[in-house]
Design a protein around this ligand. Sequence first.
Ligand SMILES: [Zn+2]
Length: 276
Amino acid sequence: MGESVRAMAGRANGNAQVDKLISRILAETMRRESHKVDSWRRPSADIRRLVERDYVRSLRRYLPYRELRRLISAFADVLPEFNREPVGMMSTERLARRASDLDLNFKAAPYEGEDGLALRGFYVTRKQGILKRPLIYVNTAHHPLAVSATFCHEVGHHVTAEVIGGDDDPVHFFFDADYATHLEEPSELAADVMVSFAGYPEPIARKIFATPWKWGLVARAKNLTDAALDEVRGHIKKVYGFDLMARIPPHQRLHYLSGMIHYAKLRWALLAEYDV
Ligand SMILES: [Zn+2]
């Protein structure tokens, strides 16, 4: 009995330490990463950059096919439906269970404040001092679909670190802004690729992105056609019941729209370049 009390105290202690670390990271991040928050305040510039970006080139450069295959199979161990069916929207309880299966610290809590919504979440490696296990934090002030996607992104960091390594950043922040910069950072790109697979498993990707005369333009060239965007919105509504124009506060719509464009273009590029 004495032991279980000690074990409980240890757990409580651990949680208090983790909570303290999270508060510290949140306070420091918003100060240090203020340029990301600035960029979050100007979402239309972000969208313009995304639409113009050549995703295929980033994939070729930063995520070779062999690494991608290893990531896909590691991810399928975590999520059995991965790249076969859409990974569903998950409750925070379910996310917590998944995190504990991966032996991760996990925290889901709203972070609002003036600019809080700029932050989607973060992943902290063991290198960050006190942590025995890596930590995932997700900002639940966001829509549940965004929270699930954030979780996939952060698990993407974790899996990438375990499978490929070579990543020395102790903390990875996910801002709901400037997705274009993810295309130039190999670890961010790998994490985002996992989100794209979660939302568009292969059978669906082949259906939606099968019209090269339309999607070739989307991934490579200068503009996203309205028809292409309608298909993406239709898919997300059908699978997740997520409607950008309903119940999403107007100031958040552009950010979610840039996320939608980003993950769709990335998925198209994966199909076009690697046939996965
Ligand atoms: Zn990240």
